[in-house]
Write a protein that binds this ligand. Structure first.
Ligand SMILES: NC(=O)C1=CN([C@@H]2O[C@H](COP(=O)(O)OP(=O)(O)OC[C@H]3O[C@@H](n4cnc5c(N)ncnc54)[C@H](O)[C@@H]3O)[C@@H](O)[C@H]2O)[C@H](O)CC1
Ligand SMILES: [K+]
Length: 467
């Protein structure tokens, strides 16, 4: 497990915890109690001045204040508290009669302990408003300075800062932030507090993983949200069509479906939303590689193999000519020469890698093949050899034919807009299963692959609305 966690991944983990039932209010309570514990282990009385910002960093300190019994605590707000969680904890203090002042109308006369809860992982850009002035006041005071999560003004990821609190102690949560390791003296003593996030929650894909991968740009032009080339079919016709439709519903702007001419008429008749191309021959072969590579030039990713049998050799040759692939079904091969996401189920994994489909073997196969593997199952296992996560979304209704093709299409759409295969793979496994769960809620187990595709936009909307 990594020593540090950056802000984006910490936020993603928070969202995942909430999705798995561990609320941010609970995390804030644990964070606040952790701050108080560190203070109580060093002091047993004194004047405490808490400088609080407008977000959850302030919220943590409002919780801490409740545990500082025997201390003379006062709160100074830098501005209107925006975070609902922080506001809830502030109103508890107000009801408890704790003095709360506003920076503008507050005379700072120092304190024994100064708690810096102005800015944490939500700090972006240049310091705005009164923050620079408050930080200077804090740094001038001779109280014992405790920074919540990170010294305010420090970029939690890069460690860069212009004006930042010079802390004696920094109490950070769950894992250290990369910026803290680069901040040298500035952060003072750094203590990492466990805030009760189960280890498995850090290994389970959740909505936070999807939000790390999915983006929609306001001022975008066609193609910016991904151009996916789906190549497959023969002997099966429907499979590559399902992947292509899934890529569209997962947000890709342009999806081209390329199939052997033997099935072109049928494959081309399924949907006007797809650009359909015919490749010479009854079935795919290595002779088609130049044609496929030419088509791939206008696309960000090639999704290959759905509806084919035993086309690993074709996949290998394509992988020498393109940047990025998603490979499924008959296209699976252990020797792919480009960045790729492979989506085998247990049987396919045994066939392709000649080993049992266990977590250890998936990690080993991903490492040796230099690819990212999604081993599909009741619990999907996703690994790029270095990082490994699971996905538990989905249900028994997804054993119906075609859901694997749907996952391959989704992975194509997300890999088209993410350079990191692992990020795209975790997000794909999560949203495919989540869409299946929404289908189950509506229809029970007898839904089909087309139902999952139809549910995708709704699934994405629900996840992106989560704050
Ligand atoms: N899992 C955890 O680790 C938990 C961490 N917690 C704490 O939450 C903060 C992050 O909270 P967030 O609300 O996302 O952001 P901040 O409080 O850090 O700041 C946002 C706040 O500040 C304003 N702001 C942002 N940049 C600037 C700027 N340049 N100038 C002025 N103001 C700025 C912005 O408008 C926001 O209102 C984390 O550090 C932990 O302390 C959770 O409480 C528990 C779980
Ligand atoms: K802080």
């Amino acid at each position: 497990m990594h020593e540090t966690i950056d802000s984006r991944h910490m936020n993603a983990l928070d969202l995942n915890c909430e999705f798995f039932g561990l609320s941010r209010l609970q995390l804030m309570e644990n964070a606040g109690k952790g701050i108080a514990e560190e203070i109580l282990s060093r002091f047993n009385h004194g004047r405490v001045v808490i400088f609080a910002g407008t977000g959850n960093n302030g919220g943590d300190a409002f919780v801490a204040a409740r545990f500082l019994k025997g201390f003379d605590v006062e709160i100074v707000l830098a501005g209107d508290v925006k975070s609902e969680l922080a506001r809830r904890n502030l109103s508890i203090l107000e009801k408890a009669g704790m003095p709360v002042s506003r920076w503008g109308s507050y005379e700072f006369e120092g304190g024994d302990i100064i708690i810096d809860a102005l800015l944490g992982t939500g700090f972006r850009g240049k310091l705005r408003g009164p923050y620079r002035a408050i930080i200077h006041k804090i740094n001038e005071s001779d109280g014992f300075k405790v920074s919540v999560d990170v010294p305010s003004g420090l970029d939690a990821d890069t460690g860069e800062y212009e004006t930042a609190v010079r802390a004696d102690l920094t109490v950070t949560f769950h894992r250290a932030k990369p910026g803290l390791l680069r901040a040298g003296e500035l952060a003072g003593e750094v203590v990492v507090k466990d805030i009760g996030i189960p280890e498995l929650f850090e290994k389970l894909s959740g909505p936070g993983d999807f939000k790390l991968a999915y983006r929609r740009f306001e001022h975008a032009h066609k193609g910016m949200h991904g151009r996916v080339l789906v190549v497959g079919g023969s002997p099966y016709i429907g499979a590559p069509v399902l992947s292509a439709l899934a890529a569209l519903k997962a947000g890709a702007d342009i999806v081209t479906l390329a199939v052997p001419e033997s099935i072109y008429p049928q494959a081309g008749s399924f949907s006007p939303e797809l650009i359909v191309r015919s490749i010479p021959g009854d079935e795919l072969s290595t002779e088609n590689v130049s044609e496929i590579a030419r088509l791939a030039e206008k696309h960000d990713v090639v999704v290959f193999g759905m509806g084919t049998v035993d086309k690993g050799d074709v996949a290998e040759e394509i992988s020498e000519r393109v940047e990025r692939m998603v490979i499924d079904a008959g296209g699976l091969s252990p020797s792919i020469h480009c960045n790729a996401i492979l989506t085998p189920h247990a049987g396919e994994f045994r066939r392709v890698f000649g080993k049992e489909a266990s977590e250890v073997n998936v990690i080993d196969a991903a490492e040796k093949s230099g690819t990212c593997i999604i081993l599909k199952g009741k619990r999907d296992i996703i690994s790029d050899g270095e990082r490994t996560k699971y996905n538990d979304t989905g249900n028994a209704g997804m054993t119906v034919g075609g859901t694997g093709d749907v996952l391959a299409g989704i992975a194509g759409a997300l890999y088209a807009i993410n350079d990191d295969a692992f990020t795209a793979a975790c997000a794909s496994a999560f949203i495919a299963g989540y869409a299946g769960d929404l289908c189950f809620e509506e229809k029970g187990y007898n839904f089909t692959a087309l139902d999952v595709i139809e549910k995708l936009p709704h699934a994405v909307k629900k996840i992106m609305e989560l704050k």
